[in-house]
Design a protein around this ligand. Structure first.
Ligand SMILES: Nc1ncnc2c1ncn2[C@@H]1O[C@H](COP(=O)(O)OP(=O)(O)O)[C@@H](O)[C@H]1O
Ligand SMILES: [Mg+2]
Length: 259
């Protein structure tokens, strides 16, 4: 059975795209077959696997996520291979800026992505579909959540990282009324600055929050993440034994253990 996990949080810069790209690579190195879906017009997930030129070429062509939604076609026709065995991707487009408009007039508009994803799941080619969500809480993110079985919520270890989480939990609750099998898999704490002890407070606050799992593996801030992104590579593949690569591997192992 193909499992669908999305990486969502309406706070921008919380590490969704970095975590989604890095977990995909770590899953693939653990022998899993992964399909990535870039749900954000900022193309950050696409840029983690493709050069800027290639990402922009795909974004302006007719084989990307936006065109699939516009045509309501099965997503099986929109898949690209990456340079990494076990990781395929459906790239995004800058035109995703008007996705809310596209969805507005469609029948059962919260379930468009779920329907388009069905042939991918039925093909049983992938162990996991990982979806990178944009930092919004509209109909499109509702589509992403309705198409997912589980949510990973990346949270930046900062005061503003925690602010607004209540809105996210409320939103998840609303989507669960439409899609009762959807569950929050866990909160992943990212961008931890080892020099600041605010991190401890973040962890305590999160662990005191009832009904949520906080992953033990946290991701520290490090320029190797930006270097990997500058080279269009997922974190784990850029410097295989870097601390960040190992942290993402540990987080991936934790996720694989429970789901
Ligand atoms: N562990 C990290 N160390 C350093 N920079 C990071 C780390 N994780 C993410 N970043 C940077 O933080 C910014 C936001 O991360 P991103 O994954 O794009 O978040 P989101 O998708 O939630 O907006 C990016 O510029 C990224 O390079
Ligand atoms: Mg992002």
């Amino acid at each position: 059975m193909t499992k669908v996990i999305c990486f969502a949080n309406n706070k921008g810069g919380s590490g969704k795209s970095t975590t989604c790209a890095s977990i995909a690579y770590a899953f693939a190195t653990a022998g899993k077959r992964v399909l990535l879906i870039d749900g954000d017009m900022q193309l950050n997930l696409t840029l983690s696997y493709f050069s800027e030129d290639k990402a922009l070429e795909i974004a302006s062509g007719d084989k990307n996520l936006y065109m699939a939604i516009k045509e309501q076609k099965p997503l099986t026709d929109y898949i690209y291979q990456t340079d990494y065995e076990g990781v395929d991707i459906i790239p995004s487009s800058t035109l995703m800026s008007s996705v809310e408009f596209e969805l507005f007039s469609k029948w059962q508009r919260e379930f468009i992505l779920r329907k388009m994803l069905k042939p991918v799941i039925e093909s049983a080619v992938y162990d996991y579909v990982l979806i990178d969500a944009p930092p919004t809480l509209g109909c499109w993110v509702m589509n992403i959540l309705c198409a997912s079985d589980r949510i990973v919520l990346p949270v930046e270890a900062s005061p503003w990282g925690l602010f607004g989480l209540a809105n996210m939990f409320e939103f998840i609750g609303q989507v669960q009324e439409l899609s009762p099998t959807l569950e929050l898999l866990g909160v992943a704490v990212t961008k931890v600055d080892a020099r600041k002890n605010y991190f401890k407070q973040t962890m305590e606050t999160l662990r005191e929050t009832e009904g949520i799992r906080v992953f033990d593996s946290v991701i520290h801030l490090d320029s190797s993440v930006e270097w990997a992104q500058d080279n269009s590579k997922p974190v784990g593949s850029y410097k295989k034994s870097s601390r960040r690569a190992l942290e993402y591997k540990a987080l991936a192992d934790e996720i694989l253990e429970i789901y």
